[in-house]
Write a protein that binds this ligand. Structure first.
Ligand SMILES: Cc1cc2nc3c(=O)[nH]c(=O)nc-3n(C[C@H](O)[C@H](O)[C@H](O)COP(=O)(O)O)c2cc1C
Length: 169
């Protein structure tokens, strides 16, 4: 049974425990790679064609504007052929209480009917927000499993939580 990890993650300036830090690798990408190590699933990075700024405050503005107009930003890579996958691990940072808009582009563009979707997110305090409801709305014919919310700042120590979550499949 083939599995896919599709994730969005942004390197650059981010807020970590109250300070702005320049992250070379985004938090969600670290979690995605841990899942990959454990499951051996394929990886697909959901990247907008026009990347969000590495500058933190500019990124806040850009993403807020995208969310306000419910944008569906074009993606850099062609969508994966999801026919062969039964399971999709869907990873994203919590942006403004839900997923970054490129993840909406991904969900709208792929035929995910009948697939099991395991959402995971990294965040700075608000957990999954209303992302699960949004995924259910976007993918009414998929089976949406329990989400895993990981603190972005603590993601390097998340392997155990991820392992437990995967066991619950
Ligand atoms: C534009 C933006 C909006 C964010 N909104 C929220 C939020 O509403 N709630 C929250 O807990 N964290 C929020 N965060 C923090 C991120 O979810 C957190 O830092 C995450 O680990 C970043 O993941 P990444 O490094 O994979 O991109 C936001 C960060 C950014 C850049």
């Amino acid at each position: 049974m083939a599995e896919l990890i599709a994730y969005f993650s942004r390197p650059g300036e981010n807020y970590v425990n109250g300070n702005i830090v320049n992250l070379e690798v985004g938090n969600t990408e670290i979690a995605a790679k841990m899942i990959q190590e454990i499951t051996g699933a394929d990886l697909y990075k959901i990247e907008p064609l026009l990347e969000y700024s590495r500058d933190y405050s500019e990124c806040l503005e850009e993403t807020k504007a995208d969310q306000r107009r419910q944008a569906r930003p074009a993606l850099k890579h062609p969508l994966p052929d999801v026919k062969k996958y039964e399971v999709i691990y869907l990873g994203f940072p919590n942006y403004w209480g839900t997923m970054p808009m490129p993840v909406f582009t991904f969900l709208e563009g792929c035929r995910l009917e009948g697939k099991r979707i395991y959402p995971f997110c990294t965040h700075e305090g608000s957990g999954m927000g209303h992302s699960l409801e949004d995924i259910k709305r976007m993918c009414p014919d998929s089976e949406i499993k329990n989400g895993l919310a990981l603190s972005g700042a603590g993601v390097h120590f998340a392997k155990e939580a991820i392992t437990e979550w995967l066991k619950g499949e």
